[in-house]
Design a protein around this ligand. Structure first.
Ligand code: GLY
Length: 357
């Protein structure tokens, strides 16, 4: 590059740089103006417990709702449902019998996230997570602070422990054995401690939804009561951006359900989006997340006799073009897609066959 050209180059790039710096943060309204007159095919993906949630999400998106508003309204149905014992009201409590909820949201067009962890007495943590995004300079609020923030915004405190959940907790407590999360000093080679495949309904259930709205903007939400009978204060992957969900409006959106510890150690959702950025399909990216969890787990107590990661972890992803995919470490997982017409149940890709003994 000669001097003149270099000066020109610097001038041009400097102007471009200033323009980039002074451009307002892209809001959904701005994105909407940019795509004026053009509407895109909406799509929404969820975990298997999201049929009604997806119907709500798509109903709102078709009316022109921003994807974030739509996914939060969708998951609110499951948070309100006492019969889903993995999310919100009626969720299984911690080991003290207290329900603690985790949730996070991500808004693609503004590239912002919000989350709450270990929040008690508030039925809809996803709504509080959205308010953290919209009404604070923070990303994550936890415990007492998250509760105070929710109350400041008018959320009522409610008892979230249903009789059904309390009875399940009591049964677990009455059968306490090695099925809790406290580990004595041990070696990475130990296989007979901390066994957590349970007869007593210890689940990691959760709901995740990622969606594309009519303006081709992506957003997502993950919300959960977390691992049943967890140590109080345990935070799973759901409220941790990059672990239980991630989204890049230029690339795609991803989330997960299942053993949160695996995603906290692998930042699985961020990795899925990055793999999609590199050209992988959503399904390929989800399988790569499964492989990463499997490959990096060195703790024998978490592996079966063939060295396979024992737990289920399911990944869900959509890309900017509306392609979608899901994968679980184990055969038999499913996910749901709403393609604008109806909800479809789809078999997940998987790493391990169940009968592969
Ligand atoms: N994936 C939900 C949890 O582990 O809390």
């Amino acid at each position: 590059m000669n001097n003149l050209n270099r000066r020109e180059f610097i001038k041009t790039t400097a102007v471009a740089g200033v323009a980039a710096l002074t451009s307002p943060v892209l809001s959904s309204e701005i994105a909407s103006a940019q795509t004026k007159g053009k509407t895109f095919k909406p799509i929404a993906i969820s975990s298997g417990n999201g049929t009604k949630a997806l119907e709500k999400t798509m109903e709102l998106i078709k009316k022109g709702s921003d994807a974030l508003d739509a996914v939060v309204a969708g998951v609110n149905i499951v948070e309100d449902d006492p019969n889903d014992m993995s999310v919100g009201y009626g969720g299984l409590p911690n080991e003290d019998g207290v329900v603690e909820l985790d949730a996070a949201v991500w808004h693609g067009p503004s590239f912002r996230g919000g989350s709450v962890a270990s929040i008690r007495n508030i039925k809809n943590p996803s709504k509080v997570a959205k308010l953290v995004l919209e009404r604070t300079d923070h990303v994550l609020l936890v415990g007492e602070g998250a509760l105070k923030f929710a109350k400041a915004h008018g959320f009522p405190e409610e008892n979230l422990l249903t009789d059904k959940a309390r009875e399940a907790w009591l049964k677990w407590k009455e059968n306490l054995s090695k099925e809790d999360d406290w580990l004595p000093p041990h070696s990475i080679e130990d296989t007979d401690i901390g066994e957590i495949i349970s007869k007593y309904t210890r689940t990691y259930g959760t709901i995740h939804i990622s969606a594309i709205d009519l303006n081709n903007n992506l957003s997502c939400c993950t919300t959960t009561s977390g691992l049943a009978f967890k140590i109080p204060g345990r935070v799973g992957d759901s409220p941790i951006i990059g672990a239980g969900l991630f989204c890049d409006n230029e690339v795609g959106s991803a989330g997960s359900t299942g053993r949160g510890e695996a995603n906290l150690l692998n930042l699985s959702s961020a990795m899925i989006v990055e793999w999609m950025r590199q050209g992988k399909s959503p399904e390929q990216a989800c399988i790569m997340a499964c492989e990463r969890v499997q490959h990096r787990c060195k703790e024998k107590r978490l592996l079966d006799e063939k060295g396979r990661f024992k737990h289920g972890v399911t990944f869900y992803a959509i890309n900017k073009d509306g392609e979608y995919g899901g994968a679980n470490l184990w055969e038999g997982g499913t996910y749901l897609i709403h393609d604008g017409t109806e909800v479809k149940k789809i078999e997940c890709a998987f790493l391990h066959k169940r009968d592969d003994k």
